[in-house]
Design a protein around this ligand. Structure first.
Ligand SMILES: Nc1ncnc2c1ncn2[C@@H]1O[C@H](COP(=O)(O)OP(=O)(O)O)[C@@H](O)[C@H]1O
Ligand SMILES: [Mg+2]
Length: 408
């Protein structure tokens, strides 16, 4: 089979004209600005907007090619596009306000045309500017609870769940996470990068078999625990928002995995932002206030998630788990695993391959080392103390107590 052709700035126009989007969004008028979006790593992304009404009449065209767009040598199955669309539909069923609208999907060419979130900012960037989002705890707490509960064995019948799992077998993208999150950061591997100044702290991690054993417990859990249909890349770069609205994008990694991997990835990225405020919030009072807001966001998000999840279980659960004590144990295990998966996400962003803007925008090497060291210490403390955590306040206390180890 020949490889599907990649769209370009010209062909994307011809393509749109053949789809219902031309009439629906652009009222049959072709006066377009076409703008490739460079932020993506994995897929080809192009914004097409009308010149006369660029805010309202605008779409994002996302095409999956059989390789990663930024790294063409890295082969990736185009089936990820089907998975992304199916997950957006499922999420949209349970949380319509938290996902972009799908305008068109072409399963032959793996092209998704969706709502342009041009009034929204990527959350990671918003946090770097100390923007406060009054509704994000509620939006994300409820989003995670609903999407995860409704795809778990607590809601679905055993047969329904088993029929759904094979539709989301995502081996290549899962292997990316197995390698980049749970394996390579804990050894000498050519993919890894870290701040030179932190060499002693990184070596300590590489030599710590207690720490590695905890990571491998999580890795094994990640690979074997088909608990619910998870987003599997739920970091602050996959969330676009403003003060009123929150949208979760990019679910192409989705598969049936541990619930705590989603919750932990998200909370871990809030903790990364907490650490990076060392640099981004320049004056002490601003830093303290914003860190308080972030710490509270971690707490409130978990509390809303837990309350919503338990309410759904109580009201809509399938009745196959009639034990109040089991519920308590289930939630406690989720919390402890959330700290573990959160730590794994943080460490891979600090000493693995996929670094994040929070830190790589810090040009001063000393300041970057201090900020990153705080992040590493939050992660290590979450990882090592998670089995004793009983409430989210424990996680917040561990986070706020962490200091930089640098200068050593
Ligand atoms: N629906 C959208 N509206 C506006 N911008 C978007 C939308 N989807 C993606 N983007 C932009 O494209 C970037 C990459 O998107 P993402 O879905 O993460 O792509 P990839 O999977 O290729 O990395 C996002 O960080 C955001 O800036
Ligand atoms: Mg992606």
């Amino acid at each position: 089979m020949s490889a599907p052709e990649a769209l370009n700035e010209q062909t994307v126009k011809d393509y749109i004209k053949q789809t219902p989007v031309f009439k629906q969004v652009f009222k049959g008028q072709e006066d377009w600005t076409v703008q490739p979006i460079a932020e993506g790593n994995v897929n080809l992304i192009i914004r097409v907007s009308s010149k006369s009404n660029p805010t309202e009449e605008s779409v994002i065209v996302k095409q999956a090619l059989p390789y990663a767009w930024r790294y063409p040598d890295f082969k990736m199955p185009v089936d990820r596009s089907r998975i992304e669309v199916e997950l957006l539909r499922i999420e949209g069923r349970y949380c319509p306000d938290q996902v972009p609208k799908i305008y068109h999907y072409d399963e032959e060419r793996h092209i998704l045309i969706m709502e342009d979130l041009n009034r929204h900012l990527v959350m990671r960037e918003g946090l770097m500017k100390q923007i406060r989002y009054p509704h994000v705890a509620k939006h994300l707490g409820v989003f995670m609870a609903r999407t995860l509960f409704y795809t778990s064995d607590l809601y679905l019948s055993s047969g329904e769940k088993k029929a759904l799992v094979p539709q989301f077998i995502n081996p290549v993208l899962c292997k990316v996470q197995e390698d980049l999150v749970f394996t390579e950061p804990y050894m000498d591997h050519p993919n890894n990068r870290w701040s030179k100044l932190l060499e002693p702290q990184v070596r300590q991690i590489h030599n710590d078999d207690e720490l590695r054993s905890e990571i491998f417990l999580l890795k094994e859990r990640y690979m074997t625990h088909a608990q619910a249909l998870i987003h599997n890349d739920l970091h602050t770069g996959s969330i676009m928002l403003n003060e009123q609205e929150t949208k979760v994008v990019d679910p192409e990694f989705a598969f049936f995995g541990p619930i705590a991997h989603d919750v932990g990835s998200y909370l871990g990225n809030l903790a990364l932002s907490y650490a990076a405020q060392e640099y981004h919030a320049r004056d002490e009072q601003t830093r303290k206030d914003y860190r308080d807001w972030l710490a509270n966001l971690v707490k409130e998000t978990w509390q809303i998630f837990e309350t919503e999840f338990l309410t759904l279980w109580e009201n809509e659960g399938n009745g196959d788990w009639p034990s109040p004590l089991f519920r308590k144990k289930y939630i406690r295990e989720l919390l402890q695993e959330t700290l573990g998966f959160g730590a794994a996400e943080m460490l891979r962003r600090l000493i693995g391959m996929a670094h994040v803007h929070d830190f790589w925008t810090i040009e001063d090497a000393e300041m970057r080392a201090i900020s990153e060291s705080i992040g590493i210490n939050i992660a290590v403390s979450w990882l090592k103390n998670r089995h004793q955590a009983t409430t989210i306040q424990d996680a917040v206390d561990l986070m706020t107590a962490a200091k930089s180890s640098y200068p050593f």
